[in-house]
Design a protein around this ligand. Structure first.
Ligand SMILES: *Cc1c(COP(=O)(O)O)cnc(C)c1O
Length: 356
């Protein structure tokens, strides 16, 4: 099939020490995948090369108008030493949805998967094996034409870099305090909220800074029009359990369709729970908290998998969810999803892709 050239480093770095906390996104492996695109030629020269700096013209389009996309998934080390990917087909499908939205040429799905598997295989020794560790995989594409006009670029670079990561919460599953943003918005229907692209993150920074200053670790976004309906957290989707029913905001065009979100929905349904994907207002959530029917709140995303929420702050109201601890269902979802990712629990068909 695809002919990926492999150039191995002559100066391998030492692997992280066994007691290294592997702080998220700080350590990079020895190699990276890279492939070019040119209009008329398509994607070409796929290669795995030593991890290195890239040279770009200061006028490269990505620096000025933000034409870039990214994905995030992980490789896991199973007990018997295999390297596993969790639902990479979902990330690849989403990557091409993002590409279409921001006029980046699509990457054929089989080539995308082969690129991930090849670079992970080359740096296989970097997939950590301690509990709650994994190899974070960051595919991304940038527009590289040296041009200051506004239009889709004619040249791109597709790269995949790898980073061994430790547990998201070093002390274990840990409830987070969430700030519901009432001043800024992240996205509106018709915008780029459902695309995984840097622009959504830069729009969120000011709120994140404000929330951190107030002692909250994450921002929860409301819809951009009525400022009433719950959308999602900075890099996580959100779930509520109210009176026994699992509720998550319906994908409406401004919410990022998370792979972990979809996995939670499927597992909850398999366990016989009622799951509703619907519009849910912040008022409904605070009412449920007041009348005692709000049983659990949690966020979902690749980095932390499941993040129980202990507090919600909205305008001047702060609601503590139950006793501020970890809900039963949040815990069960965390244990089952991580168990499936590590190959310890049999998940639904097609959720695990073996790298080696
Ligand atoms: C990536 C991301 C998520 C989580 O998606 P997963 O596929 O579960 O990792 C949620 N919200 C935003 C804005 C994201 O960028």
């Amino acid at each position: 099939m695809l002919n990926i050239r492999i150039e191995k480093t002559k100066n391998p770095k030492p692997l992280p020490a066994a007691d290294d906390p592997l702080k998220f996104g700080t350590i990079f492996t020895d190699h990276m995948f890279i492939m070019n695109y040119e209009t008329g030629k398509g994607w070409f020269d796929p290669r795995v090369v030593p991890y290195q700096k890239i040279e770009l013209d200061p006028s490269a389009m990505v620096f000025h108008y933000g034409q870039e996309m990214f994905e995030g998934l992980k490789a896991y080390r199973s007990e018997d030493g295999k390297v596993l990917l969790f639902r990479p087909d979902k990330n690849i499908e989403r990557a091409n949805n993002t590409n279409r939205r921001i006029c980046i040429p699509e990457i054929p799905e089989d080539i995308f998967l082969e690129a991930i598997k090849t670079v992970v295989k080359v740096d296989e020794a970097w997939v950590p094996s301690k509990p709650d560790t994994s190899l974070y995989i960051r595919p991304f594409i940038i527009a590289t034409d040296p041009y200051l006009g506004v239009r889709p670029a004619d040249t791109y670079l597709f790269m995949i870099i790898l980073s061994p990561v430790g547990p998201y919460y070093p002390e274990g599953l840990n409830p987070v305090k969430i700030w519901i943003e009432d001043e800024y918005v992240r996205a509106v229907k018709g915008g780029i909220g459902e695309a995984k692209t840097g622009g959504n993150y830069v729009a969120s920074l000011a709120s994140q800074v404000k929330a951190h200053e107030e002692g909250y670790s994450q921002v929860l976004w409301l819809d951009g029009i009525e400022r009433k309906y719950i959308e999602e957290v900075g890099a996580m989707n959100i779930f509520f359990k109210i009176n026994g029913t699992v509720i998550t905001p319906k994908l409406n065009g401004s919410i990022l369709p998370g792979v972990t979100r979809d996995s939670c929905i499927q597992l909850c349904k398999k366990w016989g729970l009622t799951v509703e994907e619907k519009k849910i207002s912040v008022d409904e959530v605070f009412k449920a908290a007041e009348d005692g029917t709000l049983e659990e709140v949690w966020g979902t995303g690749t980095a932390a998998v499941v993040s129980p929420v202990s507090h919600l702050r909205w305008e001047n109201k702060v609601s503590k969810i139950k006793d501020g601890g970890i809900g039963e269902l949040s815990k069960k979802l965390y244990e089952n999803i991580t168990g499936i990712q590590l190959g310890k629990i049999q998940g639904p068909d097609g959720w695990i892709e073996v790298v080696k």
